[in-house]
Design a protein around this ligand. Structure first.
Ligand SMILES: Nc1nc2c(ncn2[C@@H]2O[C@H](COP(=O)(O)OP(=O)(O)O)[C@@H](O)[C@H]2O)c(=O)[nH]1
Ligand SMILES: [Mg+2]
Length: 355
């Protein structure tokens, strides 16, 4: 009858599929992730997750832990018949599981980059070419480019996709001491953006060389989220040499390019990709979608397994079991095997539409 019909609540269909056992929890969460993912790559990872890849790995870890628990329990319950557990074998199994968890945690970091994206700020003194670079990266005339220093006075931002990573790109007002009130506000905002961005591109001008202004900005940024981009490589009279640059910016990725001639783009994209994935581009990487909730549970399981490993052989058997059980419980909250009603509600409320 008509009055029985109502729109599905947020996440209702998926919640039912989970409660009826048709989807395991990480698959159900993948539905949420598909809906929210910002890039194709994030979406592909979430879809793969929906096919149960994650569930497969979690189940294998749960099996391993259950085996260890059984070994410990057998020795505890039948000390005369079974004797001590085979600590060497348990240690080997734990090492293999820790290894697997490490790989999954690395995958978690990567998948969050593809799923949530990163913010990248272009900063530097006036007139080095920041707005020109924003425009060529976005492939549109978003920011005004002139040869008048102080043209950009506000933070200009837009989104683009760099090698599958959703990037919020921000062009900032050139940083310099200014008495002009609007420009002053712009400079203050530039400082805020530099502080908050995941990654900062410090732009230099090959024709101007490195000035004290550049070094002042450089001091503000931690090295692990900094890329130095030397622009205007097309000019004839350069005031920069590579050796001096290396000494001024030790351990920092330095790229050369020209907005005018459109060179250095590929190198910049590679540097951004490498920086946000922090050197995890090896080929044997797991391709998994692991969200923040699952990540913290994996971390918990990892900690408990490490504690188990450290205590093997030196701690009474019944105490060892406490840590392996805790690890198993953490994994069970990913697969959904031991999850409380309120946790289930919280997860499915993340849906914004009935799915
Ligand atoms: N020769 C040369 N000029 C450039 C290059 N990039 C930008 N410019 C010029 O430098 C001036 C300042 O550029 P703009 O992008 O507004 O710099 P911003 O103040 O850092 O945003 C403009 O006149 C640009 O045309 C480049 O790679 N080579
Ligand atoms: Mg500008």
């Amino acid at each position: 009858m008509a009055e029985d019909i109502r729109p599905a609540g947020p996440g209702e269909f998926t919640r039912l599929a989970f409660l009826n056992g048709r989807l395991d929890l990480s698959q159900a969460e993948a539905v949420i992730d598909v809906i929210r993912s910002k890039s194709d790559k994030g979406m592909r990872l979430a879809l793969r997750q929906l096919q149960g890849t994650n569930a497969h790995y979690i189940a294998a870890l749960e099996d391993g832990l259950t085996w260890i628990n059984a070994m410990l329990e057998a020795s505890l319950d039948f000390p005369d018949e079974v004797g001590d557990p085979d600590y060497d074998e348990i240690r080997q199994r734990i090492d293999a599981m820790l290894d697997q968890l490490d790989k999954m945690l690395a995958a978690a970091k990567r998948s969050q980059v593809y799923y949530e994206g990163v913010s990248v700020a272009i900063c530097g003194k006036p007139n080095v070419g920041k707005s020109s670079w924003l425009n060529i990266l976005l492939q549109k005339e978003k920011a005004i480019v002139t040869d008048i220093p102080g043209t950009t006075r506000d933070v200009i931002e837009d989104y683009l996709n760099i090698r599958g990573i959703p990037v919020k790109l921000m062009d900032t007002a050139g940083i310099r001491a200014s008495e002009e009130p609007v420009e002053k506000i712009g400079v203050t905002r530039s400082y805020q953006v530099i502080e908050q961005a995941d990654l900062v591109i410090l732009m230099l001008d090959a024709a101007a060389g490195v000035t004290p202004e550049d070094m002042k900005i450089y001091e503000l940024i931690d090295r692990d989220r900094l890329i130095v981009l030397v622009n205007k490589e097309d000019v004839r009279e350069k005031k920069l040499d590579e050796k001096a640059l290396r000494e001024l910016f030790p351990g920092v990725k330095i790229i050369h390019g020209s907005a005018l001639e459109m060179t250095g783009l590929t190198q910049l994209e590679t540097a951004i990709e490498e920086a946000v994935l922090s050197g995890q581009l090896e080929t044997d990487n797991l391709e998994l979608m692991i969200n923040a909730r699952q990540q913290s549970l994996l971390e918990r399981a990892h900690r408990h397994l490490q504690d188990t490993r450290a205590a093997l052989g030196s701690v009474p058997l019944d105490c060892l079991g406490v840590d392996t059980m805790a690890a198993l419980e953490a994994l069970g909250e990913i697969s959904g095997k031991n999850l409380k009603e309120e946790a289930i509600d919280r997860i499915f409320q993340e849906f914004c539409i009935g799915k």
